[in-house]
Design a protein around this ligand. Sequence first.
Ligand code: ADP
Ligand code: MG
Ligand code: MG
Length: 254
Amino acid sequence: NVILSVRNLTAEVDGIQILKGLNLEVKAGEIHAIMGPNGSGKSTFSKVLAGHPDYTVTGGEITFQGKNLLELEAEERARSGIFLAFQYPIEIPGVSNLDFLRVAYNSKRKHQGLEELDAFDFDDLVNQKLDIVKMDPAFLSRSLNEGFSGGEKKRNEILQMAMLEPMLGILDETDSGLDIDALKIVSNGVNQLAHAENAIVLITHYQRLLDYITPDYVHVMEGGRILTTGGKELALELEARGYDWVREEEAAEV
Ligand code: ADP
Ligand code: MG
Ligand code: MG
């Protein structure tokens, strides 16, 4: 039951080739961690998956639930079940967090051929989901992301994911300032939201995060492609030995 299949993906930004032949297969029920040094192309990959307009795919294929993802606009990707945490951390003054969630949620229902949820049922649902992230309901009436702390943004991302119940959740931990609280928020959220029918791709250069989340696969990205793949023990090895040995072993094989 393959959810995401990426074959020989190449992509560029501003005319610079960043992804150089990336392969990845994600099946239902799996949690994948993509690690790798700064500048290896992790965030670029997540932006390409989300359909960010600044990134141009120059070769390869991406299928999502058997469909050609590259034919879909960013919004269609989101509606069809890909969730990328940083799709939404924009600040929108005057749009409350609750309004935003309602629009995003109902847009997804519409895509599924369902009617909008009425305001009362929607409130019930949001309140259930608030529990997952231990978030104060007062938070919902604030403007989207305006003045949110790093931890609050993380909590909010997990709340959005909990509401939208994506088939594929992609979390890119771009923040170098993730403190221990934010790590715990993200990991609790992921652990509660991951189930047998969906999949999570967790992009991080923090081995620490994997103390709280047990990935099925750990991939090491370098130079725009995945150099090596292992199980959760690979993250521990990276922590102990850094990334250099991965490059050396790879070079020795060629
Ligand atoms: P990572 O998330 O693994 O740290 P990125 O995907 O952010 O890596 O970046 C990969 C490479 O692409 C880096 O060398 C970075 O400088 C380059 N890059 C990313 N975005 C742009 C851009 N908009 N213009 C030019 N180069 C970019
Ligand atoms: Mg980086
Ligand atoms: Mg990054």
